[in-house]
Design a protein. Structure first.
Length: 312
């Protein structure tokens, strides 16, 4: 699910469980669900799902499995991030054959649909808090037990204990009011030996909080923690570059020059532009000073990481 960096959950982790924190969490979840429902309604099918990564080795490896994977309306960077989620599992992508794979925070389901093409024998389920996103995914992508979608809360997963072999969580956990509760739920639904592939962007405070929380959940043994910021920035900068797929797609839309500039600015801002040192054009800066365009205020994102845990 796309990372809206201005919406990073700021629930005080030391107050979790108190009535005040529970009320704040419920309000945040409702707002988050509305935001992602709006995104589901505004996003064109299959274009951008996340900030993405760029790695020439990933491109070659995916092409070997799915020739022409970038020829159907995307720039391929989002796919590479999903590929990474399974590629670097302790037993590799092939270990997902015939397994139960759950994505928590699946958005409109395009990423999980891509994974289902990479591992067609797996049984894949996507869960998201936003009902409109799930309705869209179910209507356009679901395929029986091979690929299905359910609406639900990451902090109260509607699945039985030890029922999942691989749990994928991409650009989503930064919106959870109680990260610890999600990780406990992940440990509960994973089978012994099952793996959690967690990918997200972090502020320094959020990373410190996660490391403190993970130390308190012995059921999850963290086997890797890779900073993939450089590959994420490489993808974002390619999206911003002249002649990119994103720019070419917008150029085909019937809109005036200012509207196209604002649309590009919005897409770049939402999909990691600030993290990749994006500077808006002078026209956008002027409109921002006039209050017509929202300022690019966001929390200082320090790193983008891929972390893997194995259920003890």
């Amino acid at each position: 699910m796309t990372a809206f960096t201005s919406g990073v959950a700021d629930i005080n982790l030391d107050e979790s469980g108190t009535p005040q924190a529970e009320t704040k969490a419920a309000t945040f979840k409702s707002a988050s669900s509305s935001i992602y429902d709006f995104a589901a309604g505004m996003s064109a099918k299959g274009q951008l799902w996340n900030w993405g990564v760029y790695d020439s080795e990933f491109v070659a490896e995916i092409e070997a499995r799915l020739p022409g994977f970038t020829e159907y309306g995307t720039d391929g960077f989002s796919e590479q991030l999903y590929y990474l989620a399974l590629r670097d599992l302790p037993k590799g992508l092939e270990s997902c054959d015939g397994q139960a794979v759950l994505e928590v925070g699946c958005g409109m389901g395009e990423g999980l649909n891509f994974l289902s093409r990479l591992v067609p024998t797996a049984r894949m389920t996507g869960l998201d808090l936003a009902p409109k996103a799930i309705a869209s995914a179910t209507a356009t992508l679901s395929r029986g037990d091979t690929l299905r979608f359910v609406q639900g809360d990451a902090e109260e997963l509607p699945f039985e204990d030890s029922s999942v072999d691989v749990l994928v969580n991409i650009e989503s956990s930064h919106t959870y009011p109680n990260l610890g509760r999600f990780l406990q739920e992940a440990a509960r639904v994973l089978r012994p030996g099952g793996a959690l592939s967690h990918i997200d962007v972090f502020t320094r405070q959020r990373l410190q909080a996660m490391r403190r929380i993970t130390a308190e959940i012995p059921e999850l043994q963290w086997v890797s923690d890779h900073d993939i910021s450089d590959r994420v920035r490489a993808a974002v900068r390619r999206r911003m570059a002249p002649g990119s797929h994103l720019r070419s797609t917008l150029n085909k839309q019937r809109m005036n020059r200012l509207a196209r500039t604002l649309a590009l600015h919005s897409q770049i801002t939402v999909f990691g532009g600030t993290f990749a040192d994006y500077q808006p054009p002078a026209s956008v800066k002027m409109l921002s000073r006039l209050g017509i365009v929202p300022p690019m205020d966001s929390l200082p994102m320090e790193s983008y990481r891929h972390q893997i845990a194995v259920r003890a």
